[in-house]
Design a protein around this ligand. Structure first.
Ligand code: IMP
Ligand code: MG
Length: 193
């Protein structure tokens, strides 16, 4: 039998190591569940009697999107779109790359599902591109938002929680590609260096 390679992720209750940094607990899975339920309740109320196309932004939005759609009570189509913002380490560089093939969104009530809004560059670009496809409406649900980091004033329809500028990981969100599988959200610890 070959020994498995050392995992990049080791966790105890107070600290998790993801790639080359340590993170501490920030938002529990119980809290996340209640925040997602609250967003779903508002969407169900606002879109009662209508249909939605839920557009989950990959990759970070896949966990939030999967939990959210299972709490929706309006008829939904589910689509995905890959968008990547360029990062150096934990800093957004302000450029984004959106998948070229968009689903058909014409005349649909499109609900964009994002994990987190940082500078806002990604969501602003997505709203611009999606709006050009003649949807009936465009709304945004973001699990987290970092208001101090926004480059311009943003009106996000459904925000789960506002957080400070520090980098977080888990519940779909990654650091250097790792940590998306964590079921709660963790915040970076000060670099000891
Ligand atoms: P923005 O374009 O600067 O708003 O960045 C949005 C994207 O950057 C999000 O969809 C995430 O993929 C990623 N991102 C921003 N902040 C964080 C964070 O704290 N942890 C993990 N990913 C983040
Ligand atoms: Mg993202």
């Amino acid at each position: 039998m070959t020994m498995p390679m050392a995992p990049s992720l080791s966790t105890d209750t107070n600290s998790v190591r993801v790639h080359d940094r340590s993170f501490r607990p920030h938002i529990s899975s119980e809290k996340i569940r209640s925040v997602v339920a609250d967003i779903a309740r508002r969407i169900n109320k606002d879109f009662a009697g209508q249909e939605l196309t839920v557009l989950i932004i990959l990759r970070g939005g896949f966990v939030f999107g999967a939990d959210l759609v299972r709490m929706l009570k309006v008829p939904c189509k589910i689509e995905t779109l890959r968008a990547a913002s360029y990062h150096t380490g934990m800093m957004s560089k302000g450029m984004i790359d959106v998948e070229e093939v968009f689903p058909d969104l014409a005349d649909r009530n499109v609900l964009i599902v994002e994990d987190i809004i940082d500078t806002g560059n990604t969501i602003v670009e997505l709203i611009k591109q999606i709006s050009s496809l003649h949807p009936a409406s465009v709304t945004v649900a973001a699990l987290l938002s970092k208001p101090e980091m926004h480059k311009e004033r943003l009106l996000i329809d459904y925000v789960g929680l506002e957080i400070g500028p520090d980098f977080v990981v888990g519940y779909g969100m990654d650091y250097a590609g790792y940590g998306r599988e964590l079921d709660s959200i963790w915040i970076v610890e000060d670099d000891p260096a």
